[in-house]
Unconditional design. Structure first.
Ligand code: ITT
Ligand code: MG
Length: 200
């Protein structure tokens, strides 16, 4: 699949990671902001609906194949919150510091054994604006929420997300290691396999 894809995200951290991962997969993309595409309203009640809304918006505004990611942190002790609303958990969209502070506050009385959480990522690919058979891949990354931030890599909730397999936060992982094991890496590899199979 050689066509250029419009990547329907405005999140700098995600774009950095997609940039690193898609080159290895031979996927060429352009950011929607470079094509004047405005962010879609995320009115969905599921991650897949929001990813579809973002991909469809970008495809319709450009006529190109489009790919979108909707993701978040799902915390068991909070009944799955912030989940779908991770980007605006503290109110202001994309205020990572406020979102992390609110998460720490919400779990201040939660013991370590009950702080399990997972990052979830759903990626949707549309071949063109009228594509009725989107290619969809999703993945989760199991961990738990730390009681204090640690590490400076990554973005969003990475300083608070403890990765049991590596004994550190996802913000302490080297970027290339996060891009090997994360929810986004797993979902993108699945999507790539589906694209190859569909010869999309
Ligand atoms: O919708 P786009 O434009 O892609 O950008 P966004 O930041 O609004 O993205 P989402 O709506 O998918 O919300 C995802 C939020 O979940 C968090 N998140 C997602 N993936 C993450 C990761 O790999 N590490 C840390 N936090 C992550 C982060 O706070 C994001 O703001
Ligand atoms: Mg968003």
């Amino acid at each position: 699949m050689s066509r250029k894809i419009v990547l329907a995200s405005g999140n700098a951290g995600k774009l950095r990671e997609f940039n690193a991962m898609m080159a290895d997969l031979g996927l060429e993309f352009v950011r929607q902001s470079e094509l004047g595409v405005q962010d879609a309203e995320e009115t969905g009640l599921t991650f897949v609906e929001n990813a579809l809304l973002k991909a469809r918006n970008a495809a319709q505004h450009t006529g190109m194949p489009a790919m979108a990611d909707d993701s978040g942190i799902v915390v068991d002790a909070l009944g799955g919150a912030p989940g779908l609303y991770s980007a605006r958990y503290a109110g202001e969209h994309g205020d990572d510091a406020a979102n992390n502070a609110k998460l720490l506050e919400a779990l201040k009385d939660t013991p370590e054994a009950q702080r399990s959480a997972r990052f979830y990522c759903c990626i949707v690919y549309l071949r063109h604006p009228h594509d009725q058979l989107p290619i969809i891949a999703e993945a989760s990354w199991e961990g738990r929420v730390l009681s204090a931030p640690s590490g400076a890599n990554g973005f969003g909730y990475d300083p608070l997300f403890y990765v049991p397999t590596h004994g550190c936060s996802s913000a302490e992982l080297p970027p290339e290691e996060k891009n090997r094991i994360s929810h986004r890496a797993q979902a993108l590899r699945k999507l790539h396999t589906l694209l190859e199979q569909a010869k999309a």
